[in-house]
Design a protein around this ligand. Structure first.
Ligand SMILES: Cc1cc2nc3c(=O)[nH]c(=O)nc-3n(C[C@H](O)[C@H](O)[C@H](O)COP(=O)(O)OP(=O)(O)OC[C@H]3O[C@@H](n4cnc5c(N)ncnc54)[C@H](O)[C@@H]3O)c2cc1C
Length: 360
């Protein structure tokens, strides 16, 4: 498919709607870009924001870092996701092993645990108000295929020396009772968390800017070329500039460019076109019925698993609403070619009403 920049008129997610007063939402939206920066970070999602923040932590001066964001701050997946911090405790082991061997597979899963612990520590240490909530999550198996596969994965991970000390196994009636899912065959429970991702990244950007970092929003990088000394770029460009980053509001010369552009990567790096393609994922916010409200409110998150790639994610928020995401239909028919094609798109101007209907 043709590479694309982010669409300028993206729809607003649940998290975006609740954070319209974020001070830096449209930072420098009218200004020409600075002519030079030691580091240019492209993209203001969790990857771009955290990379920039960490550079300062590691001793780089804030004013040496410039983030370019095509739209408003945190307008990509980091401001649109389900808010579910759900490390894979063992389930991916067989798949990762088949691709990379058991040792790498173990490392991937160990890294998943590190992510949860690191975010918890980060949010606590900095007193970040991002509604971070510690909980546990269920892997709820709804078909015999899912139950057999999950049991096999747990055994294999354990046999390879994987740490499964935090995984609890519930079978049959116990699984039904624990998850409150009447057709659960088995369920696996382990630590997880829920978090408002936009608030988290906005905090990181705020701290980055407070430390001198620069953020230019509504300013897409349209091309990255080898640095050329010219009147336009030479005035303030440092002698060690290696790249020119072109934008509609001028060109920045930089020593180092970090691409944090997620699904849009191939627009600037065409060699990635066959490796990174967008796939629409959609999470819907549900107001639960009385049997899941009040004292009966769900407290734990969940994956409702039919098969390897066919599942729904359930993330109950503090306010009692439920973020419901995952693949499109209960019968998995969204993997049919035509339906699949409709999900391969850069267009996030509107939600997909078919996905909502299928879930209901
Ligand atoms: C619907 C959905 C649900 C998800 N649920 C979860 C979940 O529950 N838990 C979880 O852990 N993960 C979830 N994810 C995945 C997670 O959100 C992403 O992996 C993560 O946010 C990626 O962060 P990022 O910074 O790499 O990309 P993004 O947040 O997408 O940031 C990339 C940024 O780059 C900008 N950009 C792109 N090209 C350019 C350019 N040329 N110039 C300037 N700016 C540019 C974009 O506008 C965007 O703001 C979900 C994703 C989606 C879409």
């Amino acid at each position: 498919m043709e590479p694309s920049l982010p669409f300028s008129s993206a729809c607003l997610s649940l998290w975006h709607r609740g954070t319209r007063s974020f001070t830096h939402l449209n930072a420098n939206r009218q200004e020409d870009v600075p002519t030079s920066a030691k580091y240019v970070i492209i993209g203001s999602g969790i990857s771009g924001a955290l990379t920039s923040w960490k550079l300062i932590e590691d001793g780089v001066k804030g004013e040496d870092i410039l983030i370019l964001e095509a739209r408003e701050a945190v307008s990509g997946a980091s401001g649109r996701n389900a808010g579910h911090i759900r490390p894979d405790a063992f389930r991916g082991f067989l798949h990762y092993s088949s691709l990379h061997g058991p040792e790498q597979a173990k490392k991937i899963l160990e890294n998943e645990q590190i992510v949860l612990k690191s975010i918890r520590k980060f949010v606590t240490e900095h007193s970040i108000n991002s509604d971070f909530t510690d909980t546990t999550t269920f892997e709820t198996c709804l078909t015999q295929e899912a139950a057999d596969y999950t049991a096999k994965a747990l055994l294999a991970y354990k046999a390879a020396g994987g740490d499964v000390s935090e995984v609890q196994v519930h079978e049959g009636d116990e699984a039904k009772a624990k998850t409150r899912v009447p057709n659960a065959i088995s369920a696996y429970e382990w630590p997880a968390a829920s978090n408002n991702p936009a608030k988290l990244v906005q905090w990181i950007l705020t701290d980055f800017i407070a430390k001198g970092g620069r953020l230019w929003t509504h300013c897409p990088a349209t091309k990255v070329t080898k640095h050329a000394t010219s009147e336009a770029t030479s005035a303030n460009a440092s002698a060690s500039a290696r790249w020119d980053i072109h934008t509609p509001r001028g060109t920045v010369a930089a020593e180092t460019v970090v691409h944090c552009t997620n699904a849009y990567a191939s627009f600037l790096l065409p060699n990635l076109a066959n490796f990174i393609t967008p796939r629409r994922s959609q999470v819907n916010s549900f107001i639960p019925c009385p049997s899941l409200s009040g004292a009966e409110t769900l407290k734990k998150t969940m994956a409702l698993r039919y098969s390897a790639n066919h599942f729904f994610s359930v993330n109950p928020l503090r306010d009692g609403t439920i973020n419901f995401g995952g693949t499109g239909t209960r019968d998995g028919s969204d993997s049919e070619t035509e339906k699949w094609k409709a999900l391969v798109t850069f267009d996030d101007r509107c939600f997909n009403s078919t996905l909502v209907k299928n879930r209901l």
